[in-house]
Design a protein around this ligand. Structure first.
Ligand code: HMG
Ligand code: MG
Length: 287
């Protein structure tokens, strides 16, 4: 039997959050609905963050209310604090994701807090998710390189990943936020993180800014990781990380995994249609 790798779809959140044009809510819902039909186990749909920080996600509640849920898909949302968590719960999120940075510079820019202040802010979110029985995912950003502080020490990534694990995150996604990681730096980072967590509890979240995301996936597959985040059509970036480009494209990752002999269980015909829709949303003329 071929070994299974999960592709965790990020396009509607990590992809669209960076688009300057305000994409109509109905188009976001149409994208999520198409992705649901493709058979993902998880789709990150939106984020409950202040609209002043990420205007594109201001319609989070409407998007969550409008999607058609497929049995077998869990719908995740990103939240920065307890207020976001409560809104995510009210919207019926199956999974909540929290995020922290491995570097001080990116933590300040993205979360307006030091790394330890940000972790302290997440602790009550995690405690509430545990009490409510809601699945909790954690992200560590800038795992190899930070746009403000330069190379990230692997030990800093391991420390933040362990802190998120200790709070109760079921899975920790390791983000090469600005896509500057190389197989060697990803491997060095994983060596430190794998001292703290088993590969089954980790995901790779690689942006493709420098065209190395698939090589970084390969380095991570070799260390036992079997979950990778991707965005259909290669959408994305992070508004608070200068130079960040899209996540690795779901369709490219799926083809790459198939060529390597892994199965991912996705319907490639629908993925192709979703990638076309994602690109059309990005290229649509400004309203
Ligand atoms: P702050 O400005 O220090 O927070 O931001 P605050 O508590 O002072 O709140 C400011 C205002 O927002 C207040 O309103 C709050 O009530 C309101 P005002 O009094 O000014 O009228 N507010 C909220 N509104 C709606 N929803 C909420 C919420 N919370 C407060 N949840 C904060 C601190 C953490 C909130 C902010 O820095 C933040 O949200 N940052 C997130 C920015 C973001 O979304 N970045 C992109 C996602 S991360 C990413 O892409 C990386 C990832 O993909 C992995 C990788 O690639 O590395 C995950
Ligand atoms: Mg990202």
């Amino acid at each position: 039997m071929t070994e299974q790798v999960e592709i965790f779809e990020m396009g509607p959140r990590d992809g669209l959050q960076n688009e300057k044009r305000l994409i109509p809510t109905a188009d976001k819902i149409a994208l999520v609905d198409l992705l649901s039909q493709a058979g993902f186990a998880h789709i990150e749909v939106t984020s409950f963050v202040p609209p002043a920080w990420v205007p594109q996600m201001a319609d989070a509640a409407q998007v969550m209310a409008g999607i058609t849920r497929r049995a077998g898909t869990r719908y995740a949302v990103l939240t920065p604090n307890l207020r976001g968590y409560q809104a995510a719960r009210a919207a019926g999120a199956d999974m909540v994701a929290v995020f922290a940075s491995a570097s001080e510079g990116f933590s300040r820019a993205n979360l307006n807090a030091s790394v330890d202040e940000a972790l302290a802010r997440l602790a009550p979110v995690a405690a509430q998710a545990l009490a409510d029985g809601v699945a909790l995912r954690g992200y560590v950003s800038v795992v190899t390189d930070c746009p403000f502080d330069g190379p990230t020490p692997p030990s800093a990534v391991a420390r933040v990943a362990a802190a998120l694990r200790d709070m109760g995150c079921d899975q920790i996604s390791l983000g090469d936020t600005i896509g500057q990681g190389r197989p060697e730096t990803i491997d060095a980072m994983l060596t430190a993180v794998l001292d703290e967590l088993p590969p089954e509890q980790l995901a790779g979240h690689y942006h493709d800014t420098a065209g190395r995301a698939l090589a970084n996936v390969d380095a991570s597959l070799a260390r036992g990781l079997r979950v990778f985040d991707a965005a259909v059509g290669g959408l994305g970036g992070c508004p608070y990380a200068p130079g960040a480009a899209g996540n690795v494209a779901t369709e490219a990752l799926a083809r790459h995994l198939t060529a390597k002999g892994f199965s991912h269980g996705l319907d490639m015909e629908i993925i192709t249609r979703a990638a076309d829709l994602a690109r059309a949303l990005r290229e649509a003329p400004h309203a």
